[in-house]
Design a protein around this ligand. Sequence first.
Ligand code: FES
Ligand SMILES: [Fe+2]
Length: 445
Amino acid sequence: MLTVEMNDRLTQVGPGTPMGDLLRRYWFPIAATKELEESPTKSIRLLGEDLTLYKDRSGTIGLLESACAHRRVNLLYGIPEEHGLRCPYHGWMYDETGQCLEMPAEAPDSTFPERVKLLSYPVQQLAGLIFAYMGPAPAPLVPNWDLFAHENVVRDIGLSVVPCNWLQIMENSLDPVHVEWLHQYYTNFVLQRMGTIDESDNFWRDRADVNKHVKTGFDVFEHGIVKRRVLEGDDEENANWRVGHPILFPNILRSGNGNTLQIRVPIDDTHTLYVYYNTHPVAEGDPAQTDEEIPYYIVPLPGTDERGRPSWSLLDHNAGQDNMAWLSQGPISQRWRETLGESDKGLIMFRRLLQEQMRIVDDGGDPMNVIRDPAKNVNIVTPFEAMETGVDTRQRGRRLREGAISTGNSGKYSPVNRERARKAGIPVSDIPENAPNLAQAGTTL
Ligand code: FES
Ligand SMILES: [Fe+2]
């Protein structure tokens, strides 16, 4: 249990807050590269600040505070020029450093533009994502995690805006037991509600085909926390315990069968941009992908229907189930009212690590995973149990619907998965196309 004050300290991300200062030491993905190919400006909200991302006609990408310095029209509606973004209201133009270059209605020899500069933040592209950095100079390197560096893969990127604080999402990743309950017993219950499996089918704990947790463990390592588990019938020699898989500090889970990074980007105290970064082994006939071509898709959020009943078809897969758990804790979980047990030791470790890293920043140091040496950033290999076996043994008992494509993480919405299912003749008609969610409904990121 935390005090109200400690809860605030861990969840407030705005400028000048201790957590905001820590998070400003990291690069965050804010868009798929393809998004700016489709539309040259995008509204961004990151760590509580309102910004406009744009790509000008020469290909330079900039991230500026969203309000024009003149009379504060939103630059989301700006016009990209050869070099810079022009405000649509009176034509003031800015470059990617925020410097005003032109004020068409002022005298041609006026020095006024030189004295006007917007806030700007550096951006970088890596592996089909656009990253932003809002911290002090010099900026560190964008970490080149192994999934970004992999070759011979086809990628796609799921996005959603989750209306809750980033920390309760991260804490879910330090909580292995929920995989047994939320993603197995509850999946079976949901499939019963959907009529996919028989009502009389027993979904409870005596089923033979679920993974029961015997033991969980956690260790801090160079890049975060490794999460380990022993499942019933296994021992500590199993890769699930010996290798485990990582939470990359401060905001990434490596998951699935090791081919997905789930990246949680704090938009503000009560919203999180969720990025599912997926790599699929290349299959025959897959076209080569440039970063600009990597498709992205919107992951719908679960909720209730008009009569207040759970929307079951949005709860039959990991992403929907996890989203349900995070959302239903409220915009910011009231940790002073929780009751933690032994099985919560992983998230307690994560909270301690956050506090330790906040102190390091406070003392002027670089926190964990601030990487400045290019030699250490070629391909950062992170442990994953399935590396040894090629199989995610945690999933051995999952009950997939007969003939359905994988619903792990947000896989049921993945365009790469869907195309492969279509080619294999697997029906995808029961899988809804991308449903609108906050990311499509105009909410700023
Ligand atoms: S408000 Fe932007 S130019 Fe006037
Ligand atoms: Fe989960």
